[in-house]
Design a binder for this molecule. Structure first.
Ligand code: HEC
Length: 136
């Protein structure tokens, strides 16, 4: 990964509230709080540009509401969808968050980088599938 790449991962990590340095790519205990922060980030994840999410005050409608997701989907299904939605729907408008395949017009600093880290994806899943989410 390039220096800029690491800087971006680090910025993401800091904004998501990581206290200690971690190696991106390794996954430690998932945190619903970090997941919530990531879901809300319009620039890095963009999830709330397209989805309503339980417990979050903002949300778009380009994608289906994720409220009640845990009742209709398993965590594994959601993980697969978020990692690369194109595998389930080649025409999807949802970005492939854990894949660098087949992307074009990627700005140089971001080439060969995934939008989310593996840790970030697990944090988001832990929020979406947490039974203790606060209501808006
Ligand atoms: C550009 C709009 C867009 C963005 C950004 C987006 N999604 Fe999606 N998402 C969709 C659409 C549209 C679907 C419906 C399935 C399809 O078209 O592939 C979907 C489907 C899903 C599903 C399956 C929902 C269900 O009812 O089973 C999940 C889970 C999901 N998205 C999570 C996320 C997460 C988490 C993020 C951020 C990391 C995100 N999405 C970002 C558009 C988006």
């Amino acid at each position: 990964m390039t220096v800029l790449g690491w800087a971006r991962v680090w910025a993401l990590a800091c904004s998501a509230g990581w206290a200690a340095a971690q190696t991106p790519g390794t996954v430690s205990l998932a945190s619903p709080e970090r997941g919530k922060a990531l879901l809300l980030q319009r620039q890095d994840s963009g999830c709330v540009l397209c989805h309503q999410v339980q417990g979050l005050p903002v949300g778009g409608t380009l994608g289906p509401s994720l409220v009640g997701l845990a009742e209709r989907s398993t965590k594994a299904q959601a993980r697969e969808r978020i990692a690369d939605a194109r595998r389930l729907n080649p025409q999807t408008i949802m970005p492939a968050y854990l894949s660098t395949e087949g992307l074009n017009k990627v700005a140089t600093p971001y080439q060969e980088q995934t939008i989310l880290t593996a840790q970030g994806l697990e944090d988001i899943l832990s929020y979406l599938f947490s039974p203790n989410k606060a209501t808006p």
